[in-house]
Design a protein. Structure first.
Length: 179
């Protein structure tokens, strides 16, 4: 039995995943920024967080998955345009974000939060700010990009991920639909 299976808690979050080709394109674009601050997020970890859960008792994971399965989606793929580079000073993060969050994304997050209310996972609700983190511990001014960001994150499912020692592993997923 490995150490991981004996841990009573898992660090979890819901997210939209990036396709491998998109991860590569974003990583190449980030490379052109020639960052001299922060720790770049590995391209295989690129995602758009919907809801961070934190440390969850393993015994509650099945119930959380059941709650997530109750979320009704639009039945269509979700497209989020990541077209703005930003520095989040308090979090020390360099992020790609949408200039305008699509209503379907906001609805999905709201419905997911409502489904998870019975679990009491949050002390104080946080405003949802969709983003994809490019670098952590970023303490420099906003870098100038040679080309403006314009990445289309297209998702046909949302996923429950486990974060363990810097790696993300999908535990469960739910379809958004196809279009």
């Amino acid at each position: 039995m490995n150490d991981e299976s004996r841990e009573p808690f898992k660090r979890l979050f819901f997210a939209l995943d990036c396709a491998p080709a998109q991860r590569k394109a974003i990583a190449q674009w980030r490379g052109a920024l020639q960052l001299r601050s922060g720790r770049p997020v590995p391209a295989e970890n690129f995602h758009l967080t919907l809801k961070f859960l934190g440390s969850i008792d393993n015994a509650r994971i099945a119930d959380i998955c059941e709650a997530a399965a109750s979320v009704r989606t639009s039945g269509a793929r979700l497209t989020v345009v990541l077209d703005r580079l930003d520095v989040w000073r308090r979090a020390g993060a360099l992020v790609l974000a949408p200039e305008q969050a699509p209503p379907a994304l906001l609805r999905l997050v709201y419905d997911l939060e409502q489904a998870l209310l019975p679990f009491g996972l949050e002390d104080a609700p946080r405003e949802f700010r969709p983003h994809l983190t490019l670098a952590r511990d970023f303490r420099a001014p906003l870098p100038e990009a040679v080309t403006a960001p314009e990445f289309f994150l297209r998702a046909d499912r949302f996923i429950l991920f486990e974060s363990h020692k810097g790696r993300y592993r999908a535990l469960a997923e739910w379809p958004l639909g196809t279009a």
